[in-house]
Design a protein around this ligand. Structure first.
Ligand SMILES: Cc1cc2nc3c(=O)[nH]c(=O)nc-3n(C[C@H](O)[C@H](O)[C@H](O)COP(=O)(O)O)c2cc1C
Length: 345
């Protein structure tokens, strides 16, 4: 129904407008019992118990919405109805961000990818904390919060960048909002670039983060375009500072990995989601697992668009799976299919 009827219509309109429409609809539907029930009837998973406990947190299903879709935290009431075990809100930043200039999202239909140049548009951590606090937390749904550096010229220097991350982390932690935290060090096309995906600067950031006592798991959202020797240096730093795990990973910045290269001319800006992330992220998960065994929780993310691609990530060593593009290209029914796939394993 989604792929044959709804998607061709939705794909005729501007992707950011469609996204906003979906978020408004999802927020509205999530507010009423009937909305949640109706969506649940179509999309929820009600099979065998496939729950998983990771770092002391129980996930009803191992599938989560990845950061960037619900960046202002408006969908936590409706997402459990499509079979997700949790979501990552954000990335949130210390100050509100208006985002980069439009177009911020471009669909690359043939390549099954979204070119993302959002520039961390969000309402800022304080406002988002207040919203998350309003959710009734008796439902079985995990909320992670992704933290990034504010995308403006005030946080460009290393010192200001660290202070910016630490502000958001402290506020979330002291309000005890969110079940886990992710430090996003790999956002492309923001002021100051990806400076904290350098091991020396990451170490400086983590020293400051770890000065705050936190009982919740902390993960790092990893870049996927680094060669393995640089990637493993980041893992060493994360290990040294006792963080629980990594999300592998963020967007692909290499346009040559597109199946249809002509869909993204060189002057385009932003990172690629979806299919171009699939192989790169799975390879990095495999290598991380081989090197570190059970030391890190690994959340696999990138190009999961079918039962098979989800299983590939789990086989490579992922404990949990995050998705965005799969929901856009395949539809909300994908989660239920993946849950059934895990059930029969
Ligand atoms: C529209 C959009 C916005 C995104 N924004 C963020 C973000 O704010 N923070 C972040 O860590 N990742 C962000 N991402 C990256 C995703 O979380 C994910 O790592 C990436 O899209 C690969 O997963 P996918 O292939 O399932 O889409 C964004 C992705 C998309 C498509």
């Amino acid at each position: 129904m989604y792929e044959k009827v709804l998607k061709p219509i939705l794909f005729m309109f501007n992707p950011e407008n469609v996204h906003n429409l979906f978020v408004s609809f999802g927020e509205f539907a999530g507010k009423t019992c009937i909305g949640r029930w109706k969506i649940g009837l179509m999309y929820n998973y009600r099979g065998k118990d496939i729950s998983k406990t990771v770092d002391g947190i129980k996930y009803r299903t191992p599938f989560l919405l990845s950061a960037g879709f619900d960046y202002n935290g408006r969908l936590a009431n409706i997402l459990p109805s499509i079979g997700l075990g949790g979501e990552e809100i954000g990335s949130v930043t210390a100050r509100p961000c208006g985002g980069n200039e439009k177009p911020r999202l471009t669909r690359l239909k043939k390549s099954k990818s979204i070119l993302v140049n959002k520039g961390l548009k969000n309402e800022g951590v304080d406002r988002i904390i207040e919203r998350i606090k309003r959710y009734k937390r008796n439902i079985d749904f995990v909320i992670g919060v992704s933290i990034a550096r504010t995308n403006d010229d005030k946080s460009v220097s290393v010192e200001a960048g660290i202070a910016d991350y630490v502000y958001s982390f402290k506020r979330l932690n002291e309000e005890s909002v969110g079940d886990y935290y992710t430090i996003n060090i790999s956002c492309p096309n923001a002021f100051g670039g990806e400076s904290f995906s350098d091991p020396v600067l990451l170490e400086r950031l983590l020293i400051e983060i770890k000065k705050n006592s936190c009982s919740k798991p902390i993960y790092i959202k990893m870049p996927i375009n680094k060669p393995w020797d640089e990637f493993s240096k980041l893992l060493n730093v994360i290990d040294k500072h006792g963080l629980q795990g990594v999300i592998i990973g963020n967007l692909n910045k290499n346009y040559d990995d597109l199946e249809y290269r002509d869909e993204a001319p060189i002057e385009y800006r932003g990172g690629l989601s979806g299919k171009p992330c699939q192989k790169l992220s799975t390879e990095l998960i495999k290598k991380t697992k081989e090197l570190y065994g059970k030391r890190f929780t690994i959340i696999g993310c990138g190009g999961v668009m079918s039962v098979e691609t989800a299983q590939e990530k789990l086989d490579a060593g992922a404990d949990l799976i995050q998705i965005i593009s799969g929901l856009i290209f395949v539809g909300p029914g994908l989660v239920k299919k993946m849950c059934k796939g895990v059930e029969t394993q």
